[in-house]
Design a protein around this ligand. Structure first.
Ligand SMILES: Nc1ncnc2c1ncn2[C@@H]1O[C@H](COP(=O)(O)OP(=O)(O)OP(=O)(O)O)[C@@H](O)[C@H]1O
Length: 301
């Protein structure tokens, strides 16, 4: 059996009394694009630092392709990493930095690197201390995606990119997946996670609340059902999974449906239904369920 690209077992990190990460157990198979989603302080960067051996766990363990994460010299042969705050050698030009990174990493595809440089519109002649945050991030992304590393770990990879570059980023992740690389990324951006990830892990205050595909997340959460009928109004108040029943006037009503639709369909069996529409929740609405209104603006920004 192929080793999982990432595996953690009850991975925990406390800073003093603060549980930055509690009991994280996940498995990411090779070739998957996995997104770690959560608001500021949820523990995303802490988890990534533990995977990279940049911090040691308080308890629990992590492996990259079955190599203990703490065995940095071996584990990093298969990893390319882009940190949230990209720091580059200030006196080197973009060109020099790419050469340096190519010599120290797991080997690169130079033709693909040139394609990425054009795609991300990077000016390689400037010294790194003259780069903007977004340009530093672009250099680091090009360096990582141009490697043949089987695992790419990206901490908030698009936080400094403009919308046009975000599009290019999404295309590049798709190409990495097509080549069989595993991508493990953290993000605040719901749209990005929705667009690129096969599965999403939702972190809340250091704990994993859910791991699911985006369509599965939608199924777990409230859909909005609007019903048009003739005859007497159906009685739905006590039906499992149904709440917020609201009349929209003559012969129309709306309700929220959570979980399997069977009981609601059963309750509607004798109703003369003219039309029914079901609107699935957006990822943002799913977040409202998890975090409440205050943090969703932070997550969706
Ligand atoms: N070196 C540290 N010392 C003390 N506390 C820390 C340290 N690093 C992180 N923390 C705390 O651990 C918690 C998780 O932080 P972490 O950076 O992992 O969150 P995050 O989800 O990556 O957030 P953001 O989206 O803001 O980067 C936060 O409360 C943070 O203040």
């Amino acid at each position: 059996m192929t080793a999982p690209a990432v595996r953690t077992d009850a991975l925990t990190k406390h800073y003093g009394r603060l549980p930055a990460l509690e009991d994280l157990t996940i498995e990411v198979p090779p070739g998957e694009v996995f997104g770690f989603l959560g608001p500021n302080g949820a523990g995303k960067s802490t988890a990534i630092r533990l995977l990279l051996g940049l911090a040691s766990p308080t308890s629990g363990r992590a492996w990259l392709f079955d190599v203990p994460a703490a065995d940095v010299a071996v584990a990093h042969r298969r990893v390319a990493y882009v940190p949230a705050d990209v720091a580059l050698w200030p006196r080197l030009t973009g060109q020099e930095i790419l050469h340096l990174l190519a010599r120290t990493g797991p080997g690169i595809d130079t033709a693909y690197r040139d394609e990425l440089l054009a795609r991300f519109d990077v000016d390689l002649s400037k010294r790194a201390d003259a780069y903007s945050t977004g340009n530093r991030q672009k250099i680091a992304l090009v360096a990582a995606f141009a490697t043949r590393a089987p695992l790419l770990i990206l901490d908030e990879p698009t936080s400094g990119l403009d919308p046009l570059m975000e599009q290019q980023f999404r295309r590049t992740v798709d190409e990495a997946r097509d080549r069989g690389q595993t991508v493990f990324l953290s993000s605040h951006q719901l749209a990005e996670v929705e667009a690129v990830c096969d599965r999403v892990g939702i972190l809340r205050a250091g704990r994993l609340s859910e791991v699911a595909t985006v369509p599965d997340l939608r199924r777990l959460h409230r859909s909005e059902v609007t019903l048009t009928y003739t005859g007497p109004a159906p009685r739905l108040d006590a039906v499992p999974g149904v709440d917020g029943v609201e009349s929209l006037g003559e012969g129309r009503l709306r309700f929220a449906l959570t979980g399997p639709p069977g009981p609601a369909l059963h309750a509607l069996a004798d109703v003369d239904t003219v039309a029914v529409s079901i609107r699935e929740p957006s990822l943002e609405e799913i977040f409202l369920d998890y975090y409440g209104r205050d943090s969703v603006s932070e997550v969706a920004r």
